[in-house]
Design a binder for this molecule. Structure first.
Ligand code: AMP
Length: 135
């Protein structure tokens, strides 16, 4: 059965998309640690990041770097933190989390509750920043 993230890529489940190309997809995490918390995935469904083939693996990090720059343009932060967990969804994904302090990357802390309008606004702004950067 397709992973929930493959179903997002296929458009069967909605997402707040921020970036896409033929091989990768980025969208807002629905339970964000901070505004702008984004997930970056390969469209190819592989559970564990270190099982990706080398080309997909390096391409994923390059794509994530471009997305992270767009996130930082939109969400004021000291750094965009990076985490790879995969404890919940068995489809490789990189978490990009805007950080003010190191505690902002603590996945045990309570998640932010954002309105659908706020998610949409953030996603749109990151998408604009991403598209301006890559054209
Ligand atoms: P983990 O697999 O431990 O890295 O956690 C999976 C992450 O995916 C969590 O932060 C969830 O909030 C997030 N997530 C799960 N389902 C969705 C969804 N449909 N849209 C956006 N984010 C999701």
């Amino acid at each position: 059965m397709a992973s929930i993230f493959s179903r997002i890529v296929a458009g069967e489940i909605p997402s707040w998309k921020v970036a896409e190309d033929d091989r990768y997809y980025a969208f807002l995490d629905i339970n964000p640690l901070a505004e702008g918390h984004t997930l970056v995935i390969p469209k190819q469904e592989v559970d564990y990041i270190f099982d990706l083939d080398e080309e997909t693996y390096t391409g994923l990090w390059q794509f994530a770097a471009s997305v992270a720059k767009a996130v930082q343009e939109v969400i004021p932060c000291k750094r965009v933190g990076v985490a790879v967990l995969g404890m919940e969804v068995p489809h490789t994904h990189i978490h990009l989390v805007p950080l003010q302090t190191e505690g902002d990357l603590d996945f045990r802390k309570e998640k932010k509750h954002l309105s659908p309008e706020r998610f949409a606004e953030i996603a749109r702004a990151i998408a604009v920043a991403f598209n301006q950067q890559t054209v």
